[in-house]
Design a protein around this ligand. Structure first.
Ligand SMILES: [Zn+2]
Length: 181
């Protein structure tokens, strides 16, 4: 059973990374798409995810349910700047600094691609926006970054991917929500 999951999980990672890459290319950040989630191939992340593979949702969620925590997630969030959790430091005066542009863009592409990879035919942009609206209440994230992500995902619902996920529009929205003043 686990043996089969090795290939299923490999396929899922590859498919997800391909979707992120295509979205990142649209957004003008191909390199972020190319190197996205590479730590998932490390033994710490790979083996746990194979063990808790479901195909319908993140194996990390599954590991947390069973063990109370996920080693793969702790490893992943500490190395991947496209996760809000990477940017949290409880002991710093600024606990949640603004996430730099390229990682914030990668984060949004990741969210959309994860929804697409797991929900398949049932995926909608509304689903992704609603998922984020609940998620943002649970995580620690810079207010400005949060507003940027909300604005982009709302725009995807309203105007679609083409009009929203492109370099010019993403830069414009980031400037609007994330520039200091
Ligand atoms: Zn990631």
């Amino acid at each position: 059973m686990y043996f089969k999951n090795i290939f299923l999980h490999l396929g899922l990672i590859t498919h997800h990374r391909w979707l992120v890459f295509k979205l990142c290319c649209r957004a003008g950040e191909p390199w972020r798409g190319f190197v996205h989630d590479l730590s998932k191939y490390s033994p710490t992340e790979f083996l746990e995810s194979v063990k808790y593979y479901t195909g319908t949702h993140s194996p990390i969620t599954e590991a947390k349910k069973e063990k109370g925590y996920s080693k793969a997630w702790l490893h992943h969030k500490g190395r991947n700047k496209h996760h809000a959790e990477y940017w949290v430091d409880n002991t710093a005066p600024d606990e949640t600094p603004i996430i730099p542009y390229k990682y914030a863009v990668e984060m949004i592409c990741d969210k959309l691609a994860a929804g697409m990879a797991y929900k398949k035919k049932d995926f909608t942009y509304e689903y992704e926006l609603n998922y984020w609206m609940k998620e943002k209440e649970k995580i620690k994230i810079n207010k400005k970054t949060e507003e940027f992500v909300t604005a982009v995902l709302s725009s995807v619902v309203k105007d679609g991917i083409n009009k929203t996920i492109n370099k010019k529009n993403m830069k414009k929205l980031y400037k609007k929500y994330c520039k200091d003043n």
